[in-house]
Design a protein around this ligand. Structure first.
Ligand code: FAQ
Length: 312
């Protein structure tokens, strides 16, 4: 009887767009769904520091280096907000990281591709952060309070990231023939994986049903992907880049672009650990985590001491 009342309160809040907060009763499946999504989101932010970190020492100017450093630091911060949001659901950070290292938790497909040239840093900022923003703006209205509030903060920073990437691409497209070629090559390699970031088609997305019912997802994978395509095609045209999709065509009736099919075999391979850089990304993360153990120990020794003092 009590359980039914709790469920009713929960469902009424969802219906009336009232956020669910950490101490509110929630169905187990809602909690599990959020832990899965928020932790994967957090892992993506942190693993996503690797392809860009690869270029800090080779940035072409001091200005570019400072901007890149600040951006990467922001991504680490986003990971922290998100791990904290996941922790409010009753799971510890150690467990979340262990799930990542054991291959039980995923992270975004996109970070398993190499960053081969400086133009890739432009493409990551413009396309990867651009895709992330489209998704995250929608997630600002997600039903779980701590996740929604983390998204508001994150979106403010992501829009600066997207512009820094576009600036790099625009500068290269205004440069020499070799620079333009480098920018187009980066575009060719990052476009399709960026479209995959939105996840499988709605009809093949097992989690969308519950996510929409519980207002965790406000818009579907395909709707968000289409939004991203429609705004990005115009940005590419302005600076003279070609979208590497021969089937891309404006559809006057839909008032949006039709596009070619995504290579879903590649997507499945990459998210199941067989992309070009999966092993490298994970071994770097495990190494950094192990090397940081003394810091965690020192920090928790101090907080344990404080707790002891309070209880005395
Ligand atoms: N990559 O049923 P659905 C960023 C998995 S942040 C890997 O559709 P859902 C900032 C999915 O987990 C980028 N796996 O799942 C930055 C599930 O597998 P599971 C990260 C994917 O959750 C920029 C299965 O496929 N953003 O870039 C992907 O309803 C630059 C079935 O899929 C977020 O995480 C994928 N792309 O929808 C940082 C946003 N797509 O868990 C550094 C939050 C699907 O059963 C540098 N997440 N899968 O084993 C979401 O909005 C959702 O989780 C989706 C997937 C839309 C990603």
């Amino acid at each position: 009887m009590e359980h039914i009342d709790h469920l009713k309160v929960f469902e009424t809040k969802i219906e009336q767009d009232i956020n669910i907060e950490a101490k509110d009763w929630m169905p187990d499946d809602y909690r599990k769904h959020l832990i899965r999504q928020i932790s994967q989101h957090a892992h993506s932010e942190v693993i996503g520091m690797q392809p860009e970190g690869n270029w800090i020492t080779r940035a072409p100017s001091l200005r570019a280096k400072k901007i890149l450093l600040a951006k990467i630091q922001d991504e680490g911060g986003h990971g922290l907000y998100l791990y904290s949001a996941a922790e409010t659901l009753g799971i510890g950070r150690d467990e979340l990281i262990q799930q990542l290292h054991d291959g039980k938790a995923k992270y975004s497909n996109i970070f398993n591709y190499p960053s081969l040239t400086w133009a890739d840093i432009g493409a990551i900022g413009w396309l990867v952060d651009g895709a992330a923003i489209v998704n995250q703006v929608s997630l600002q209205r997600t039903s779980y309070g701590p996740y929604s509030r983390a998204m508001v903060r994150i979106c403010k920073e992501e829009s600066f990231h997207q512009r820094q990437g576009y600036e790099i691409m625009a500068k290269m497209m205004a440069g020499t023939a070799a620079q333009r070629e480098m920018a187009q090559d980066a575009m060719n390699r990052w476009w399709w994986p960026a479209l995959m970031m939105f996840g499988p088609h709605d009809t093949d997305s097992p989690h969308t049903g519950n996510a929409v019912k519980w207002k965790i997802k406000r818009q579907s994978n395909d709707t968000l992907r289409q939004k991203f395509i429609d705004k990005t095609v115009q940005q590419a045209e302005v600076i003279g880049l070609t979208i590497p999709d021969p089937d891309l065509k404006w559809n006057e009736e839909k008032k949006s672009y039709d596009h070619g099919e995504i290579n879903w075999n590649e997507f499945r391979e990459v998210i199941n650990g067989n992309g070009p850089c999966n092993r490298q990304r994970m071994s770097n993360h495990i190494k950094a985590h192990e090397e940081g153990e003394w810091v965690r120990k020192a920090a928790s020794a101090y907080s344990n001491k404080q707790k002891l003092r309070v209880s005395q």
